[in-house]
Design a protein around this ligand. Structure first.
Ligand SMILES: C[S@@+](CC[C@H](N)C(=O)[O-])C[C@H]1O[C@@H](n2cnc3c(N)ncnc32)[C@H](O)[C@@H]1O
Length: 440
């Protein structure tokens, strides 16, 4: 047991926002030194229950002092709340980050203020310490972590200094050494802030896989909260708060399924209730509260859609044993989201290409048919003209024949006349015998 204490931030505000049913089962996902937990137990009825989580064995030791049958604690990362029965919890509280005893005890390696071993694990019994990671990580990975999780402009120079030092004199082992290296690489200093602040925050977030586990726990809360159950999250830096804010905003609005844009939008899973900052008196009494932001949301009675059913994956290649993403990059579950999006886009491109090929084939076929029909029409037209000419010629010969018969009293040429006309040579002898003067 150590002597460092923790002053709970937004104590009454958080418990007031959380408890709606004193008979319900509640989760304190970050027990710490039990400040919120003890007030919660006071608010619960005899039938109420409080289940706590913490990664830190020292927090578990502190929790062992609570003699209350309604209370229990698990030595697990809080993403494990996803293992609770669906809809069984009346409220989930997360008071993120590290506790004052963790920062203040140099042996835990979280602080640049006093020298200690460069550990930074919330759970020193598992995973890789900060020193172990910095001893093997490549320069690009170190720079990426410091840039993404520390929002540090000089991340490249700091990573270079860490790797050069490693090559010259062996790995960095202590917090003071790391703070000194960073101070040498950071060109400008923010007023009132130690130059190592951002780097220490980044390494700590990475070593404990804090943001990935936060995302997993938030999604898990949708499953385990009962209708009307409350989600209360206190965060201490912008990276955490952005995740919480976007998560609540995303689930507090009706969702249109992009694959079925005309279908009814899926109703919201959460109702955003409040955003609370500590008052001036609290910040004056406890300066560590100054950056705190508490967000409160309430679960609706809409069932969790199948697309949100969680798979708990082991963290590949990751120190700390609690995260979802390997390697050095920040951005958490975004990788899986991008892969899904890429697959959807790829399928859309293939379908569009097939559709285009089909349309092109159809238009070619129609064009050929049109050509054939035009050629046939042309032939029919020619035939029609020929028949017209023939008809006109026939009509003319009939008219001439009629004229000859009527006006000129000509007789139609009969076969007998033809024979008579064609045989004049045979006539003269007979005619001469019968017609004197040789006239017919
Ligand atoms: C700010 S303190 C909580 C203080 C507590 N609310 C109180 O009033 O004493 C955060 C605690 O959460 C624990 N913690 C942080 N991230 C965790 C995680 N992903 N899973 C479990 N415990 C975590 C830390 O070890 C630390 O003890």
């Amino acid at each position: 047991m150590n002597t460092w204490s923790h002053t709970t931030v937004l104590l009454n505000e958080a418990v007031d926002a959380l408890v709606t049913d004193p008979q319900g089962q509640y989760v304190d996902a970050t027990f710490g030194r039990g400040g919120h937990a003890c007030l919660l137990l006071q608010r619960l009825a005899p039938a109420g229950r409080l289940l706590a989580y913490d990664k830190d064995p020292e927090a578990l030791a502190e929790a062992a002092r609570i003699a209350d049958a309604r209370f229990s604690i698990r030595h697990q990362g809080f993403a494990a709340i996803g293992e609770l029965p669906p809809g069984s919890v009346a409220g989930v509280l997360m008071d993120l980050g590290i506790s004052s005893p963790q920062i203040d005890n140099p042996a835990r390696g979280f602080s640049f203020r006093a020298d200690g071993p460069l550990d930074m694990r919330m759970d020193p019994t598992r995973g890789q310490s900060a020193a172990e990671w910095l001893a093997v990580a490549d320069q690009g990975q170190i720079a990426e972590v410091i840039r993404e999780y520390g929002e540090e402009r000089f991340a490249g120079a700091i990573a270079k200094a860490i790797v050069s030092r490693r090559q010259e004199r062996g790995p960095v082992a202590g917090t003071a050494e790391l703070a000194e290296l960073v101070a040498g690489a950071v060109k400008t200093r923010e007023p009132g802030q130690n130059p190592a602040t951002r780097t220490f925050q980044a390494v700590r977030i990475f070593v404990n896989a804090e943001l990935e586990e936060l995302e997993q726990a938030l999604t898990a809360s949708l499953h385990v909260l009962q209708p009307g159950g409350r989600l209360v999250v206190i965060s201490f830096h912008s990276l955490e708060d952005r995740i919480v804010k976007q998560f609540i905003a995303r689930h507090a609005k009706a969702v249109v399924d992009r694959r079925a844009p005309f279908a009814e939008p899926a109703p919201a899973l959460l109702r955003a209730l409040a955003r609370v900052r500590p008052g001036a008196a609290e910040v004056a009494a406890n300066p560590r509260a100054r950056s705190a932001i508490m967000r409160v949301a309430e679960r609706t009675d809409v069932p969790v859609p199948a697309s949100l059913h969680q798979r708990r994956e082991p963290p590949p290649g990751r120190p700390g044993g609690g995260g979802a993403r390997g390697g050095g990059g920040a951005g958490g579950g975004a990788g899986a989201g991008m892969t899904r999006l890429s697959i959807v886009l790829l399928v859309a491109v293939i379908v569009s290409a097939l559709y285009l090929v089909r349309v092109q084939y159809d238009s070619r076929r129609l064009f050929t048919e049109l050509h054939r029909a035009v050629a046939e029409a042309h032939l029919l037209d020619t035939e029609h003209s020929r028949l017209q000419v023939e008809k006109r010629a026939e009509a003319t010969s009939l008219r001439v024949e009629k004229l000859a018969q009527g006006k000129l009293a000509m007789r139609t040429v009969t076969p007998a006349i033809t024979e008579y006309v064609n045989a004049p040579a045979a006539l003269p002898a007979a005619s001469a015998a019968s017609t004197p003067g040789g006239r017919p």
